[in-house]
Write a protein that binds this ligand. Structure first.
Ligand code: ADP
Ligand code: MG
Length: 624
């Protein structure tokens, strides 16, 4: 048999390597920024156009390269950072694999201008798909500028796989944050489509965090400091009360390199245990310095995963260090406590269940009498959001008009009457004649389920999921109605957000307005809200917006959901009654009624079952 194995040509090998190193524009940004840092730059500029699809450019004032080095830097395995295999265990640079520039040049149009300090003239080089187009001598400033255009021009499958400009930009911004947070001693400027998104001066770590995440961040930070033989830990954690629904602000740096480590993350969570609500994530910016010989960075092409020699010890040290910081902060809470009312507002959410006893109940309530029923019933399980505002209650009812006409049922109030309608009760109630009668019997089980009887047996309904479904359909409906129903706030609320959150907020603003938010002003870090959708209590506006931003970031990154859908889900999840809340029987009934007026009463917006039926037969069997 003839020999069939041959060595791949370099440009093919480079393209294959690029598949690992360059997943999206943000990967290019990471590599270029890291090269600039390795070159000892003091000021780095990042310029992005159209989510990096049109242009990614990094300009630094670092060491620059000689003419030969400029050419060599694009060769595979060409690096100035290591010489021997042993060097891998004393790394002090970001790069060492020598494949980033070669990979990028294999799949894009790359232009480089570079000059070392001592040289008079610099080099200008252009490469497209690993082919040198030209190399010439040019007058350029000290340092290096690399621009990358037409990313994936020769791999259409990858190019088509890229997400929208907004999503790609978000990934780039995340990458920029990671690098900027690891190097406060370097000044960074980040331009997006011609305007400066971040201008970060050289400063200390605390200032850098505040510059990146907004001025409201300062009061959240608790310093962390520990030095042992194994590791030196420094940085900040956010005070527990600022834990967010999103995981946004969680950063580990090991020897100034951003890394992901589920194991160490767990150590932090363990330290916060009992201090944050179960579905909230504490923020942290933790910097670990370890002996380079005790870690292996070369386990992943993008170098975001690290293998530690002694993970268990690290875990224990990290956990106790953070506990210690939290303890200190608890002992002396007055130290840098400066409560901003605007920030405090959203978190009053945690007191929500305490408001329940205030709810008025109509003692003369009778589910079989139309009038009076709907007002009391809905007020309670909508958390009093519209209670007391006559306008709100009226509009609430208005929301239903569209929903009902859609379903072809006769015009009714949404009290018990609707439940009697055949088209709405659907298939679960076998004996229609009996339905109205049986449904009047509801009770709450363990503040979690509503139990009600039907002819064939009984229904056990998850109260929270049921309410989610009702609200979800309502918000969806509302956002498709031309004029969204909105409640005007007496005093506009000023809420502060980070710049990145504001960018997301601007992206989703139109949808938010469609749902009923009214924004007076959106500036770099401040958002003024003067109207909110019905059902959103004023005290929860901040929290709701936080959650909306977080979910949008997550979902849009993940796939193709429409914004309206994501926002409706988030609002439903956030505003629905929760497990543990007591519901008056009138509210239970109204919720059941509303649920079965929904288009899909069986599953929650998150595809979880809402109710189960237990037939008489099944019960009988248990008694055999
Ligand atoms: P690595 O960073 O792993 O060494 P790269 O492909 O990223 O590999 O870069 C190859 C080489 O090119 C680097 O080792 C460095 O010597 C040089 N280089 C790349 N970017 C710059 C820059 N911005 N300034 C100076 N030298 C650079
Ligand atoms: Mg590199």
């Amino acid at each position: 048999m003839a020999d069939i194995i041959k060595l791949l040509p370099d440009h093919v090998a480079n393209q294959i390597a690029a598949g690992e190193v360059v997943q999206r524009p943000a990967s290019v940004v990471k590599e270029l920024l890291e090269n600039a840092i390795d070159a000892g730059a003091e000021t780095i500029k990042l310029i992005i156009k159209d989510g990096g699809k049109t242009l990614i450019q990094v300009v630094d004032d670092g060491s620059g390269m000689s003419e030969t080095d400029a050419r060599l830097s694009f060769e595979r395995h060409a690096t100035s950072k290591i010489n021997r295999a042993e060097d891998l265990f004393k790394l002090s640079t970001k790069g060492f694999r020598g494949e980033a520039l070669a990979s990028i040049a294999a799949i894009a149009h790359v232009e480089m201008q570079t000059k070392p300090e001592e040289a008079e003239l610099g080099t200008h080089l252009k490469i497209e798909g690993s082919k040198i187009i030209f190399q010439e001598v040019q007058v350029v400033p000290k340092g290096t500028s690399i621009s990358v255009k037409h990313l994936f021009f020769n791999i259409p499958a990858r190019r088509n796989f890229l997400k929208s400009n907004q999503v790609e930009l978000r990934h780039i911004t995340d990458e920029f944050h990671r690098v900027a947070l690891a190097h406060p001693q370097i000044s960074f400027h980040y331009y997006v489509n011609g305007s400066e998104l971040f201008g970060l001066p050289k400063c200390n770590l605390r200032q850098r965090i505040v510059h990146v995440f907004g001025s409201k961040t300062n009061q959240k930070l608790v310093p962390v400091q520990e030095e042992t033989q194994v590791v030196k830990i420094s940085g900040f954690i956010n005070k527990p009360e600022f834990a967010k629904k999103s995981r946004g602000e969680q950063f580990f740096f090991v020897n100034d390199r951003f890394i992901k480590s589920p194991y160490l993350h767990h150590a932090v969570l363990a330290a916060f245990e009992g201090l944050v609500k179960p579905d909230c994530h504490p923020g942290y910016f933790l910097y670990l310095q370890v002996d380079p010989g005790s870690i292996d960075i070369n386990i992943h092409p993008t170098k975001t995963e690290v293998k530690f020699d002694d993970e268990h010890t690290l875990y224990a040290i990290l956990r106790s260090t953070i506990k210690h910081s939290l303890g200190q902060f608890n002992v002396v809470p007055a130290l840098d406590f400066e409560t901003d009312q605007n920030l405090a507002t959203p978190y009053s959410y945690k007191d929500k269940s305490a408001t329940i006893p205030k709810i008025t109940v109509d003692p003369s309530f009778n589910p079989f009498v139309e009038s009076g029923n709907k007002e009391v019933a809905t007020k309670t399980y909508q958390l009093g959001a519209v209670a007391g505002t006559g306008r709100g209650a009226a509009n609430w009812e208005g929301l239903y008009v569209g929903l009902k006409s859609d379903m072809g049922s006769e015009e009714t109030n949404f009290g018990n009457l609707r439940f009697e309608s055949d088209s709405i009760t659907g298939s679960i109630f076998e004996g229609q004649a009996d339905t109205t009668h049986s449904i009047a019997t509801t009770f709450q089980l363990r503040r979690k389920y509503i139990v009600t009887t039907i002819k064939s047996g009984m229904l056990v309904i998850d109260q929270s999921r049921a309410h989610q479904r009702v609200l979800y359909e309502k918000f969806l409906k509302n956002s498709t109605v031309k004029q969204a129903v909105s409640q005007q706030l007496l005093f506009p609320l000023s809420l502060s957000f980070s710049k990145t959150d504001v960018v997301v907020l601007k992206d989703i603003k139109d949808t938010l307005v469609a749902i009923g938010f009214v924004f007076d002003k959106i500036t770099e870090e401040l958002v003024q809200v003067s109207g909110v959708p019905l059902l959103v209590p004023e005290s929860e506006v901040g929290m709701v917006l936080d959650q909306l931003i977080a979910d949008c970031q997550l979902e849009v990154g993940n796939g193709s959901f429409s914004q309206t859908d994501i926002l409706s889900k988030t609002l439903a999840k956030t505003l629905a009654v929760k497990t543990g809340e007591v519901l008056e029987s009138a509210s239970q009934l109204a919720l059941v009624n509303d649920l079965f007026a929904c288009k899909e009463p069986m599953v929650s917006p998150f595809n979880k079952p809402i109710y189960i039926t237990i037939t008489e037969n099944e019960i009988d069997k248990k008694f055999i």
